[in-house]
Structure formats: structure tokens, C-alpha cells
Design a protein around this ligand. Structure first.
Ligand SMILES: [Zn+2]
Length: 298
């Protein structure tokens, strides 16, 4: 790669926000993409296509290879025309960056979410009306649960149905993710950093995501929290930045998230724990703008 995309910015008035992000319907925005030339002095060009939530290409922006060279490590910003976000839902963008030191070649790209357009108020997209208070209240741990008297499959199914996980993803959560219940964690997991008295944990190894849990803590809420970590692991680094952008506003403004943090502050530990706690306690009734950051769960 001789040049790379370094910044992806949505400008709204004087506000500049890294995308993907969330905005309210009707916003007039412009897209700016920053690029850095990592190779010999070269000319750069860019092309992007924005698609509406229905998947229709709506804005096609393309520059010619410039007639001036960007020095080695120099940066250049491409600013496109105004885009009106008039449709609710997830808008996507496909960006291609080109460089020329003779031949024109594509050197970097981004193909993914641009912005989620929706109102801050949660919509009732669930078939079940949103319960008052905390929608999925905490279940207490069961001190008498053991490996022999628990029914793992039944508890996983309670999570999958109670949180309305889409049916097409059940196999992923039941088989692709490796879920194991341990009375005592094996030495290999302790060596990895899992503390002996931790209720549950997730990690990646051998190209697979794993979830370990103790029988006393095997309940739908704890599974929901841990599987949110496994869903977060599916996000790209851009999407993780997008999540933090959107969540940092909502954690102070969304009434249900505020209610949650008034009762239980664990989600304030960091954005990753916040991601898991919002899913565990609010689930399918979380604000619409957050849902794109929970792949295979919502
Ligand atoms: Zn956690």
C-alpha cells in the first residue's frame, strides 16, 4: 500500500464527526476523506459511492488524478458535495483511493457503514412491548447450581428467545461459538488470565471465539453479556470507533441507559463493558442507533 485512508469525517455545520456514526433524519452533511501518501511523491485520486438504507446508490463522487504530487508522508483531504440524510436506516459508503506514480492503481478502500439515521427515541421494532424499568432485570446467581443439575441448552434458548436473537443466527451462537461450563476453570484458562472466581469470560483462540462460564452464573443475562463481547469482536476497528462515538452521547441522554447506570455502574468501566451491559439489560429495546454495533444479535 503506497497511500492509505487516514480520516473519514462527516461534517454537520461546524461539527466534524468520524464515521460511522448516528445522526437524526434530515441532516445536511458533507463527507471528507483524509489520505496519506506513504510512498514516493505521487498524485492521488478518490472515488466514493454512498448508498441509501434501501441499497440505492445516491451520491457518486470522483476526482481525477491530481496534476500535483503529494510528498512522502504528506496528507491530502478530499471533500465531497452535500448529502441530505432524508431516509431513516443505515447508509453505507464504498470508498476507493488511487495513487499514480505512472500507472494509476487502487491503493486503499473502505466499504462499510457511513451513518445510522434515526431518532434518539427507541422505536418499538420488537414484537414484545418494551417492559417498564430495566427490560431484562438481573437474575441472581444460583449457589446450588452444579454441572449435573443445570440444563445448558434450555438456558441458552431462554436467552435466544427472551432477547429475540434473529433465528438465522442461532446456529452461530450455539455451534460456532464454543461455550463451555466449568466448575473449576482449567489451568490453561487461568494461565491465559481468567481469574479462578470470575463468573464468565470470552476470548479468541484458534480462529474461534470461546465463552467459559461457571454453573452458578449460567443464566440468560450473563450469557447475553458475554455474547455481546463476542458480537463486539465482529466489529471492524472503524466500527468500534463509530460505536464509541454514538454510545458516548447516548449513555448520558437515553433514559433507559441512564436508568441502568443509576442502578448498576459496571457498564461505565469502559466502552466494551458498556456495550455488553446495554445488551444484557436493555437488549432489543436499546436505542436504534446502537443496533448496527451488535452483529448477529439484533
Ligand atoms: Zn464483560
Amino acid at each position: 500500500m503506497t497511500a492509505k485512508i487516514t480520516n473519514k469525517i462527516l461534517s454537520l455545520g461546524s461539527q466534524q464527526i468520524e464515521f460511522p456514526t448516528s445522526l437524526t433524519p434530515g441532516a445536511n452533511v458533507t463527507i471528507t476523506v483524509g489520505a496519506q501518501n506513504l510512498g514516493d511523491p505521487a498524485a492521488l485520486a478518490i472515488e466514493w459511492v454512498v448508498s441509501t438504507p434501501d441499497g440505492n446508490p445516491t451520491l457518486h463522487y470522483k476526482t481525477q488524478i491530481a496534476d500535483y504530487l503529494i510528498r512522502t508522508n504528506g496528507k491530502h483531504y478530499f471533500a465531497g458535495p452535500v448529502l441530505v440524510l432524508d431516509t431513516e436506516g443505515q447508509w453505507n459508503i464504498n470508498i476507493a483511493l488511487f495513487t499514480s506514480e505512472g500507472n494509476v492503481i487502487q491503493t486503499d478502500s473502505y466499504n462499510g457503514p457511513l451513518v445510522y439515521v434515526g431518532n434518539a427515541i427507541s422505536k418499538e421494532t420488537s414484537t414484545i412491548p418494551k417492559p417498564a424499568g430495566i427490560p431484562h432485570p438481573e437474575e441472581s446467581m444460583n449457589p446450588s447450581a452444579t454441572l449435573t443439575n443445570i440444563n445448558v441448552n434450555e438456558i441458552i434458548n431462554k436467552w435466544l428467545t427472551g432477547w429475540e436473537v434473529p433465528n438465522e443466527h442461532w446456529t452461530y451462537w450455539k455451534s460456532t461459538i464454543d461455550l463451555q461450563v466449568y466448575a473449576i476453570y482449567p489451568a490453561s484458562l487461568i494461565a491465559m488470565g481468567l481469574k479462578p472466581d470470575t463468573p464468565a469470560g470470552t476470548w479468541e483462540s484458534g480462529g474461534r471465539r470461546h465463552l467459559a462460564i461457571k454453573p452458578q452464573w449460567l443464566n440468560p443475562g450473563v450469557i447475553a453479556h458475554e455474547q455481546a463481547h463476542n458480537s463486539y469482536a465482529l466489529l471492524t476497528s472503524d466500527q468500534k470507533v463509530g460505536y464509541s462515538n454514538v454510545y458516548s452521547t447516548l449513555k448520558n441522554s437515553d433514559p433507559t441507559i441512564r436508568l441502568l447506570y443509576s442502578k448498576n455502574q459496571y457498564g461505565l468501566t469502559n466502552d466494551v463493558e458498556g456495550h455488553a451491559e446495554v445488551y444484557r439489560y436493555i437488549g432489543q429495546w436499546m436505542p436504534e442507533q446502537l443496533k448496527i454495533f451488535y452483529p448477529r444479535l439484533l
